[in-house]
Write a protein that binds this ligand. Sequence first.
Ligand code: NDP
Length: 454
Amino acid sequence: MPKYDYDLITIGAGSGGVRASRLSGGYGARVAVVEEDRVGGTCVLRGCIPKKLLIYGAHYAEHLEDAINYGWSVEDATHDWAKLIDNKNTELDRLNGIYLRILRDNNVDILDGRGVLTDPHTVQVGDKSYTAENILVAVGGWPSTPDIPGIEHVISSNEALELRELPKRMVIVGGGYIAVEFAGIFAALGVEVTEVVRADTVLRGFDEDIRVALDDELKKRGINLMSDTVIRSIEKTSDGYTLRCAGNEMIETDLVMYATGRAPNTKGLGLEEAGVTLADNGSIPVDEWNRSSVPHIYAVGDVTDRIQLTPVAIQEGRAVAETLYNDNPIKTDYENVPSAVFSTPPIGTVGLTEDQAREKYGEVDVYISRFKPLVHTLSGRDERTLMKLVVDTKSQRVAGAHMMGMDAPEIIQGVAIALKCGATKAQFDATIGIHPSAAEEFVTMRDKRPEKAE
Ligand code: NDP
């Protein structure tokens, strides 16, 4: 008789939890995954996938406008938001089915309900208890909002993905990934969007040239970007909401969305009672093997607050399964993790920003290219692409690659491989470009940007 009901119980069936569970099950471990919602987690149900489908939907607005100078007549084009939401939901149902099938095919039991630790080896689900030798916490995060008067009136990205109709005016608070992505979606579909950012502009932490370039493009699209602005309170009025800013400026709107970061979902899980140390923000600190302060309780993904990206959670989940059940110890490598912001236009980035590279290497060579994409020479759209390489002067290795412009996420994925391999600028230059493409700029930038005079 085995000592425990399972070798591994995973709490949370999101990207990291599902990957760890299905691989472990496939390697012959006895695995259960506990989930109180549908299987899929933030990325599939409330994040990357539905968001990107809405972005595709919204971008047709610009494509239709751009088509006119290519000879198309599109006068009667209209958009049905509710249809887009319904079709998106049908796709999510399909994906949910695929996730369930993958788990079942790998002999993973799915325990419906909320999982709570009652001791370091026992998980309670409803009125049943299950024991496991190892436990993996992969419960992700949830939108977090500041505690200001009227905050109960706001929606988060969760509800924004389910709106039945579009408002006329909308305020989006925040300047991070989610805020700029949703600002792009709603503005493209005709909503008057005001984006309120407490910093000097959007995407703090990204390369400064990229931030400035996106700021320009958001404004060109009619987004009212209010920087250095803090909301103090929100009041419901007879026909919408009034937001009072520090400095007493008022904003009237029909809908308020907050995208001010996400907090780990660890409340009431019994983690501290089981001996797991939590950080001040509720996240689970783990070592390089994803072990919490209790060595057989592991954690992966957003709940650990390392890098909040689905592919990172998936890699961490894989590392746990390989290490525990395939005799193949794996650590996740957090160097040069590429990421994309699906803003309009999108951003792709990998490696260090110029400021980070200067901090690390002292001297850097910077190559920048700004141009009108070929497609817009005919369409007439006033959109610029920005591409930038940051090179460590001494070693000549490319330390960072950044792009804002059409297809940036698709282009940067390949560039990320080069950075992972430690490619030098000379190796970029020795690569033949693909013509005509935007991507070729990354291998044809010859002139260093002159250093600014101090
Ligand atoms: P981010 O951390 O990216 O951005 C949060 C934004 O909210 C920042 O602009 C921040 O300002 C601002 N903010 C925080 N607190 C307050 C406050 N009290 N009042 C006003 N503004 C505030 O979080 P998101 O919610 O956009 O996304 C969460 C995470 O999910 C991201 O960090 C990312 O890792 C992931 N994600 C990835 C996506 C992708 O890969 N495409 C898409 C969506 C999400 P400041 O900068 O001044 O702190």
